[in-house]
Design a binder for this molecule. Structure first.
Ligand SMILES: [Zn+2]
Length: 273
């Protein structure tokens, strides 16, 4: 069985002690592709270096909405340079975060930084990895609305393959309506550990209504560990528990889900077999 983890922060300090062992377990668990997204210049650079060090690792580069303190012409130029390096398959993670950022001026800055990075993705013809977190972790609100408006405007200006596969809403935590809206814009939906949590009934109902050919599986390591590892440090090998839960929800077997989500990721990130 071949699995993918389309969102793991392997550069994070929590893996400094045992990164090689973590990668070995990922490989033993059947992971053939791992995407490490950047959060700002430093982690984008680390993601690119990780991609150079291991065949199965690919990178995304960009500024996360809660990491915009150092966003400037100079640092953005560095991200653009990194984006041209081998195995950089996306711009991300970029997006909006109204959970941690409450000041309107700072939210406006997030929207500007997002739009500039979306324009850059269009320029280099690469998909985007989108982060979205609503105020108070609500299912819907200003953050979802602003994000979907911005993505709609951007996507309508795309052409060719990028218009068909513009990106992924990573660790999706919104309503069915938001997911459906994203699907009309041809986005993929990233599914993470919280769908395995006991009380996540509604989340599972939403996933049940989304087409399998638009789902990606991701751990968001070291965060959001799935059951039965909940509460521990997450790592790519645990992506199997997410695939397993999707299999249960969609009445398929694990191997089918692994295969479908690997194919989805291959289509979006164009990283070959
Ligand atoms: Zn992330």
């Amino acid at each position: 069985m071949k699995l993918t983890d389309t969102h793991c922060h392997l550069d994070y300090y929590k893996f400094d002690e045992d990164r090689a062992a973590v990668l070995q377990r990922a490989s033993d668990a059947g992971l053939i592709r791992l995407l490490v997204p950047g959060l700002q210049h430093k982690s984008s650079k680390a993601a690119v270096e990780l991609a150079q060090s291991r065949a199965e690792i690919y990178a995304a580069v960009g500024f996360h909405p809660t990491d915009l303190d150092e966003f400037s012409e100079k640092t953005f130029a560095k991200i653009k340079t990194l984006a041209a390096r081998p195995k950089v398959v996306a711009v991300g993670e970029i997006g909006l975060d109204y959970y941690w950022v409450k000041e309107e001026a700072k939210r406006e800055f997030q929207r500007e930084a997002l739009k500039r990075q979306l324009d850059f993705a269009k320029e280099i013809n690469k998909p985007v990895v989108i982060h979205m977190r609503e105020e108070n972790d609500a299912w819907f609100g200003a953050c979802s609305q602003d994000l979907l408006d911005i993505l709609q405007e951007w996507q309508s200006g795309l052409s060719g393959a990028l218009r068909e596969k513009p990106g992924v809403l990573h660790s999706f935590n919104g309503t069915l309506e938001s997911a459906q809206k994203a699907l009309t814009l041809n986005f993929y939906i990233g599914v993470t550990g919280p769908i395995t949590y006991k009380n996540a009934v509604q989340k599972r109902e939403i996933i049940a209504q989304l087409p399998l050919e638009r789902l990606l599986i991701e751990t968001d390591s070291p965060f959001l560990a799935p059951v039965p590892q909940r509460g521990k440090r997450n790592e790519p090998a645990y992506v199997v528990h997410i695939a397993d839960k999707i299999a249960e929800i969609h009445a398929k077997n694990l191997a089918e889900i692994a295969e479908i989500t690997a194919a989805n990721a291959r289509q979006l990130f164009a990283w070959g077999d």
